[in-house]
Design a protein around this ligand. Structure first.
Ligand code: BGC
Ligand code: MN
Length: 343
C-alpha cells in the first residue's frame, strides 16, 4: 500500500527531479559539513596507551636534583569528570590571589615541589586584544596544569596593532625568546580561546607532534578534515627546530596551521592524536575572523619556501619582555621584511 502511494507520487512529472534534488542537497551538506570526519575515520591513541607515547624531558636538564627527589607520577584517571563549560568572567581579586594560592612564580612559572616533573613545557599563546579570554584561560589552565604535575611556563606573545595578525610568526617569536630563558624540551602552541575539557589530556609532548584539540565543540566534536593541525598542538623543541618552525608569511586568518602540518610531513614526521574523548575542547565565543585571501597562494608555494621561511629568517622588534604574575609577556612589533606576501 505505502509502496503503491510512493510510486504513484514518484511517477508524476518532476517529482523524481525534486527527490533527486533533495538527495543531492543532503549529500553536499554532508560533504561540506565541518564535522564530516567522525572519530572512526582517523587513528588515535587510546587512553590506556597514552603513557607509552609521551616523551619525557631528557633528564640531564634537571639531573642535579635527581638524587633528592623522585620523578612525579603521570596522572591518568578515567573516572575524572569532563568539564562542561568554563566560567564566563574572572574577578580582579581572584586574579590577584592566584599567584599566592597556587604558588605561581613571576612569568607564570610553576613546578611540582614534592617530585621532579617528567615534562618541562612552554605554552606559547599568540595574542591580541582578547583580555577576557586570557583571564578565563589563565584561571582555568594554571590549576589544570598543576594537577598534571607539569613543570611549565605560560608565554603570551602579543602583537602590536601595526600590521594584520600573524599567528604563526608570533609563535615562532615565542619559541625563539623562550628558549633563551630556559631549555624547555616541549612546546605547546595554543590559541587563547581553547579550553581543554578532559583532565587526562596531558599537556606534554609525544614522540611525534600531537594535534591536541582534535575534538572541538564548534565542530560538533569531530574533525573537519584529516590534516587539520590548528588550535592547540604539542611538539618537541628539536622537532620544531628541524622543521624550521612555522612560516612567517601568513598574515590574517587561516592556512598557517595547514602549512605547519605540511612541514611536518615533508620531514617525514607523523601526527598523533589522543582519543576524541580525551581531546575534547570548548572554544570561547568570539566573532569569526575574515579569512585571508592570500592563504591559498602561500600554502601552494609552501614547499619551496619552508627551508628559508621560518625560524631561520625571523625578524621582529621585541618591545617588552615582562615576567607578569600569571604569564610571561612579550610585546612584539612584527616586521614584514622577512615575508614575501601582501600585508
Ligand atoms: C584553515 C585553517 C583553519 C581550519 C579550521 C582551514 O580552512 O586554513 O587555518 O584552522 O580551516 O577552521
Ligand atoms: Mn579562535
Amino acid at each position: 500500500m505505502i509502496l503503491q502511494i510512493f510510486f504513484a507520487i514518484f511517477h508524476r512529472r518532476y517529482i523524481h527531479k525534486i527527490l533527486l534534488g533533495i538527495a543531492t542537497f543532503f549529500l553536499f551538506s554532508y560533504l561540506l559539513h565541518p564535522g564530516r570526519f567522525s572519530s572512526t575515520d582517523y587513528d588515535y591513541i587510546e587512553i590506556d596507551n597514552m603513557k607509552n607515547f609521551l616523551s619525557p624531558s631528557p633528564l640531564h636538564i634537571s639531573g642535579k636534583h635527581m638524587n633528592k627527589t623522585q620523578l612525579c607520577p603521570i596522572i591518568i584517571d578515567k573516572d575524572k569528570d569532563i568539564m562542561s563549560y568554563p566560567r564566563k568572567t574572572v574577578s580582579e581579586s581572584e586574579k590577584l590571589a592566584m599567584p599566592t594560592d597556587l604558588n605561581i612564580l613571576p612569568g607564570g612559572v610553576w613546578k611540582p615541589s614534592s617530585c621532579m616533573s617528567n615534562f618541562q613545557v612552554a605554552i606559547v599563546i599568540p595574542y591580541r586584544d582578547r583580555e577576557r579570554q586570557l583571564d578565563i584561560f589563565l584561571s582555568y589552565m594554571h590549576p589544570f596544569l598543576q594537577a598534571q604535575m607539569i613543570e611549565y611556563r605560560i608565554v603570551v606573545v602579543e602583537q602590536t596593532s601595526l600590521h594584520p595578525f600573524n599567528r604563526a610568526k608570533l609563535m615562532n617569536i615565542g619559541f625563539a625568546e623562550t628558549v633563551k630563558i630556559f631549555p624547555y624540551h616541549c612546546f605547546i602552541f595554543h590559541d587563547v580561546d581553547l579550553i581543554p575539557q578532559n583532565p587526562n589530556n596531558i599537556y606534554a609532548c609525544t614522540h611525534q607532534p600531537r594535534h591536541m584539540s582534535s575534538s572541538l565543540n564548534t565542530f560538533r566534536y569531530n574533525l573537519p578534515y584529516k590534516d587539520l593541525f590548528g588550535g592547540a598542538v604539542a611538539i618537541l623543541k628539536r622537532q620544531f627546530e628541524e622543521i624550521n618552525g612555522f612560516s612567517n608569511a601568513f598574515f590574517g586568518w587561516g592556512g598557517e596551521d595547514d602549512d605547519f602540518k605540511n612541514r611536518i610531513s615533508y620531514k617525514g614526521l607523523q601526527v598523533y592524536r589522543f582519543s576524541p574523548d580525551v581531546s575534547k575542547y570548548v572554544m570561547l565565543a568570539h566573532k569569526k575572523e575574515l579569512p585571508s585571501e592570500s592563504r591559498f597562494l602561500n600554502l601552494k608555494s609552501g614547499r619551496e619556501r619552508y627551508e628559508t621561511d621560518g625560524l631561520n629568517n625571523l625578524q621582529y622588534d621585541l618591545l617588552k619582555l615582562e615576567n607578569r604574575s600569571l604569564y610571561t609577556w612579550m610585546l612584539v612589533n612584527i616586521l614584514p621584511s622577512d615575508t614575501n606576501t601582501d600585508i
